[in-house]
Design a protein around this ligand. Structure first.
Ligand code: MSP
Length: 651
């Protein structure tokens, strides 16, 4: 099994019912970043991605296009693989659930679970959502019919099925969550899972008889009309990719260092998957890390709205590395994020252009003008030890941030050395030093800047591999394990060299480079707006009177703040996760930091406007608003007089 010198990193395997969009690219790019860092730091790394090709949804998508299911799966699977190749994603294996050895591995696992008494046969009656490939109890359906996850109609299914004894693992799962505080990241998501499991687990139907497109049961069970539930088949990919049930040579990579997933598939990964592993007597993964959801310009992406962000178009227009940086820097891991060209352009012009690109330009300019491009490190420590210490201090904070999935903070911290460098130029003014004949100090200053750029580009390279390779080339060194060890771990300085001039890395972008998505429902919206205007209102003392119906259009609810943190760089904002009795807490960005600290807010009750259209504040999605009263003495929260259950309506 995996030693601490091995790192196994996975993405979810993507359904082949559609082509890749920004959400898929996001997961894959985070995983790629971790894999690149692991390799650079000397870990024996195995990075897995692939496609999930079985199930009713795929069968129906193929039918709708008049193709055989295999032909259709081949086609879409290839579009994912090609995109990842174009994006230079450094995967070690691209698995397909239609691979023979995967299917054999799944059958072996099924048989093992069956033989150890964890699988039994019964009849299933329930509401099935094909889109989510999930059964839902009636009580969870919206209006008794619609899927609580995606809103599509469910169908009633009654069929013979094999069941996995999930209920048997309830206590063992809770023990695992409790003994491993970081098994699910961010930690707030672990609390959600614990609450769900404490609510009771029922056994899981793991076979279907109403369609064919799936892995057959093992021959030994001799029940050919059943195929396996797509999630059992899919989750097993994480071990069949290492040869489980076949040639198990690579199984020493197990357990996974991290399974990267989106928050929508947390339940499958944090409950079903560990339970399957327990049944198979395999160790638990180290981390399951769930990221948030991307929207576009504040709206949910959907094909019908025509606003789906195509990652290839964005990368082609703005540069792949810039796009990677944007996605990882813009959103705190676990929170929801919004894609807008404006936000992307701001990041490119400001963080990348002003802070990083200009620093390199300044170095090229100064060393060219005063020293024929020569840069020396010899006297850096003599004149600029304080700056070096500050830089090293920041750099030492980085590694834990990466492996705790605080990738936005990793990048934020990585920008501090750049700011040290830019400030040093302004403070010591190399042109003045030269005028005063203090050449040695000016050369040392150039050395300081070059070393900061070298160290930053090593640590930034997992996020922006191509750009950092260019910076390294200009500074005449290579980004590899040896230099990571020397410049980062041992805090050494680069050798003397002559700077190679390169073109500006981040030319300024003045206007959006892609056509803006026009919401498909724009005419309907305008019509609605007009109607809203017509609503008659009476005025008293300048306040419009509304009818009771209008008041009830606002959904006010009691919520409990289950997580609270400060928004870095913001004087006003706190980032809260508020439990409204829904499946997941809402993310709310509240402008209350002047009056309340994160600690003040944690575990308190608040009143929330729950049906506001989500809005974006400093790149973070806010899914509600807190009620507060403000006068000249300041602001205070409006709270229920006595504790109320989260989600209790107000009105
Ligand atoms: N096939 C399953 C996963 C099986 S893993 C054993 C699946 N596939 S998916 O193609 O629907 O989604 C794959 C990933 O893309 C999920 O992690 C999901 O969260 C992510 N995203 C899909 N849409 C997204 C956004 N709009 N934003 C962010 N990520 C989203 O689920």
């Amino acid at each position: 099994m995996s030693s601490c010198h091995k790192a196994y990193i996975t993405t979810p395997i993507y359904y082949v019912n559609d082509i890749a969009h920004i959400g898929h690219a996001y997961t894959t790019i985070i995983a790629d970043t971790l894999a690149r860092y692991s390799r650079m730091s000397g870990l024996d790394t195995f990075f897995l991605t692939g496609t999930d090709e079985h199930g009713q949804k795929i069968e129906e998508a193929a039918k709708a296009r008049g193709k055989s299911t295999q032909e259709y799966a081949d086609e879409i699977s290839a579009t994912f693989k090609n995109l990842w190749d174009e994006f230079d994603i450094s995967y070690d294996k691209f698995i397909r659930t239609t691979d023979e050895d995967h299917m054999r591995g799944v059958q072996k696992a099924f048989l093992k679970m069956f033989n150890n008494g964890d699988i039994y046969k019964d009849t299933y009656k329930g509401h099935y959502c094909i889109s989510c490939e999930t059964f839902f109890p009636e009580i969870q359906l919206v209006d008794g019919e619609f899927c609580p996850e995606c809103g599509k109609p469910t169908s009633v299914v009654e069929e013979e099925s094999y069941f996995f004894k999930l209920s048997k693992y309830q206590d063992k799962l809770l023990e695992w969550y409790n003994n491993n505080p970081d098994c699910i990241l961010p930690r707030s998501k672990r609390n959600e899972v614990i609450r769900f499991v404490e609510g009771g687990l029922t056994d899981l139907s793991i076979t279907r008889t109403s369609f064919d497109w799936g892995v057959k049961l093992p021959e030994e069970i001799n029940d050919p009309k059943h195929v396996m539930y797509v999630w059992l088949d899919a989750l097993m990919n994480y071990v069949t990719a290492l040869g489980y049930g076949n040639d198990e040579a690579k199984m020493d990579f197990w357990p996974a260092r991290v399974h990267l997933i989106g928050k929508d598939i947390l339940r499958f990964h944090a409950i079903y998957w560990p339970a399957f592993l327990m049944s198979l007597d395999l160790p638990m993964p180290k981390h399951i890390a769930a990221h948030g959801w991307w929207t576009r310009d504040g709206e949910k992406m959907s094909k019908s709205k025509g606003n789906v962000v195509n990652p290839k178009e964005v990368a082609d227009a703005y540069g792949l590395d810039n796009f990677r940086y944007f996605m990882l820097r813009e959103v705190p891991f676990g929170g929801d994020g919004d894609f807008s060209q404006k936000a992307l352009i701001d990041r490119i012009n400001s963080d990348l252009g002003n802070d990083l690109g200009n620093l390199l330009n300044r170095l090229i300019g100064m060393s060219g003008k005063y020293f024929d491009g020569k840069v020396e490190s010899g006297k850096v420590a003599t004149y600029y030890q304080t700056e070096l210490d500050e830089v090293n201090e920041s750099l030492q904070k980085l590694e834990p941030l990466l492996f705790e999935m605080q990738i936005h903070r990793y990048l934020e911290e990585l920008w501090r050395p750049l700011s040290v460098a830019n400030k040093a130029i302004d403070k010591y003014q190399p042109w003045a030093l030269m005028k005063e004949g203090r050449e040695e100090e000016a050369m040392a200053l150039n050395g300081l800047i070059a070393n900061i750029l070298a160290k930053v580009s090593i640590m930034l390279s997992p996020v922006m591999p191509k750009v950092c390779a260019k910076i390294a080339k200009a500074l005449n060194f290579e980004i590899d394990h040896e230099n990571w060890q020397k410049l980062f771990k041992e805090k050494a300085l680069i050798a003397n060299f002559t700077l190679e001039k390169i073109d500006p890395l981040f030319p300024r972008i003045e206007a959006p480079l892609l056509a803006q998505a026009e919401p498909a429902d724009k005419p309907a919206k305008e019509e609605k707006k007009k109607k809203e205007k017509k609503v008659e209102t009476k005025e008293t003392e300048g306040v419009a009177l509304i009818g009771i119906d209008q008041f009830f259009q606002t959904s006010l609810k009691v919520g409990t703040v289950v997580e609270a943190q400060e928004v870095p760089k913001s004087k006003k904002l706190l980032l809260l996760q508020v439990d409204l009795g829904e499946e997941k807490p809402r993310q709310i960005v509240a402008g209350i930091k002047e009056w309340y600290s994160a600690e003040d807010m944690l575990n308190t009750q608040v009143c929330v406007v729950a049906n506001l259209k989500p809005a974006k504040l400093m790149g973070m999605l806010s899914e509600g608003m807190l009620l507060a009263a403000k006068d000249e003495d300041g602001l205070c929260m409006i709270r229920p007089e006595k504790p109320k259950k989260p989600g209790t309506p107000i009105g």
